[in-house]
Write a protein that binds this ligand. Structure first.
Ligand code: PMP
Ligand code: GLN
Length: 380
């Protein structure tokens, strides 16, 4: 039998950016910013002291950051959570997802995924000895239904992973979908792992509704988020998991031997940013500016004859390129110098009607997006 993890193939977020770099292509394949973070982060980092702030933090997270996160969660999710027992600070949402899934899955456990799903979920389920079971949606217009979820449940089902706002669909789970997910969790004792790193990137002004609002039982819900997208700081690698005390104990048991803790100076700077009274305004401005940029980029793609959808949230634009998206993306990297990502990478098997969809990450400087549109225009 292969060693655990051996089934994991190279991530598209490793492979495609490397290919793009080799061809000097603009990297719109990856959700990574090509500019600095929100300036409040730099100020907060500069203010971090020069003493024990550079040593290990307690493994669950620096107490100052956990306290700041509890206040942040109270403000934005309307939930009261205890920093000592219900919050774990991790190396990005990536580590939080790994810890959450690993804490829940035993050999033979089944985990429900809703595709298109973020690439990381299924390999982590498998490396823990579990089996992913996917519900598949073809587009942002389709909805997750209680009946379809119910049909996938077996006595081995331990968890469901959802992602709201949804990469790559560019919309949030709606009330009815949340009711379907929450009902399923309660009926079967299934834990809802809710991946919410885009929670502050609502482009149409609608408020975030996450798992803390949708699922009342703290032992049936894990909220995961991070600073990556919220503050344009994917390199900070500060994330967190919020869950009931028993779930948190299990998450921390994985976390302590995986990374022990993320860098303490960055934890402290994050705490200061979250507690800064100006941060609410920063988040609002950021979502507004991103919205303008994303809408403009989608319109530019449409101007090139590519039917592109404007997302409600996040910064991914889906466009139908009218042919096999993998072939198209490959050709655009080599011929136009622009890298997009075929939506097929978010499905575990081909789904009719999705093979020609390309995802573009518009979290770039305006001049980068303008140059990408110019390059695409020169070959389309
Ligand atoms: N989940 C989703 C849906 C993502 O798109 C990403 C990547 N941005 C992550 C998790 C990982 O985020 P982080 O940078 O916090 O590890
Ligand atoms: N989450 C990002 C995306 O969907 C990429 C994550 C990464 O590059 N590790 O593009």
């Amino acid at each position: 039998a292969p060693a655990a993890g051996a089934a994991v193939t190279e991530s598209v977020f490793v492979r495609i950016p490397a290919l793009a770099a080799r061809h000097g292509a603009v990297n719109l394949a990856q959700g990574v910013f090509d500019h600095g973070p929100e300036p409040v982060l730099l100020d907060a980092l500069a203010a971090v002291g020069g003493g024990v702030e550079h040593q290990y933090a307690p493994s669950p997270g620096h107490p100052r950051l956990r306290a700041a996160l509890a206040r942040h969660v109270e403000r934005h999710d309307g939930a009261a959570v205890r920093p000592d027992e219900e919050i774990t600070v991790t190396v990005g949402a990536t580590e939080a997802l790994h810890c959450a899934i690993t804490a829940l899955v035993r050999p033979g456990s089944e985990v429900l995924l809703v595709e298109p799903a973020y690439e990381q979920y299924a390999p982590v389920v498998r490396s823990a000895g579990g089996v992913p079971r996917a519900l598949r949606l073809r587009s942002a217009r389709e909805r997750v239904t209680a009946e379809e979820l119910e049909a996938l449940v077996t006595p081995a089902t331990r968890a469901i992973v959802v992602n709201t706002p949804w990469n790559p669909l560019g919309r949030a789970l709606d009330e009815q979908e949340w009711r379907a997910v929450a009902g399923l969790a309660e009926r079967h004792g299934i834990v809802v792992v809710s991946d919410e790193p885009y929670e502050h990137l609502s482009l149409d002004g609608s408020p975030h509704r996450g798992v803390l609002a949708a699922v009342p039982d703290p032992e049936l819900r894990i909220k995961i988020s991070s600073v990556s997208k919220t503050f344009a700081a994917t390199g900070w690698r500060i994330g967190w998991a919020v869950a009931g005390p028993e779930l948190t104990r299990r998450i921390r048991a994985v976390h302590q031997f995986l990374t022990f803790c993320p860098p303490t100076p960055l934890q402290l700077a994050t705490a200061a940013v979250l507690d800064d009274p100006g941060t609410g305004g920063v988040l609002e401005r950021r979502a507004r500016e991103l919205g303008e940029k994303v809408r403009g980029f989608a319109a530019d793609l449409r101007g090139l004859g590519l039917p592109a959808e404007t997302p409600d949230c996040g910064f991914f634009v889906l466009a139908d390129v009218g042919e096999d998206a993998e072939d198209w993306c490959h050709r655009m990297i080599t011929d136009a110098g622009v890298a997009g990502l075929p939506m097929s990478v978010f499905y575990s098997e081909p789904v009719a009607g999705t093979g020609s969809i390309v995802r573009f990450a518009a979290c770039k400087r305006q001049e980068t997006l303008t140059e990408a549109v110019r390059r695409l225009g020169s070959v389309l």
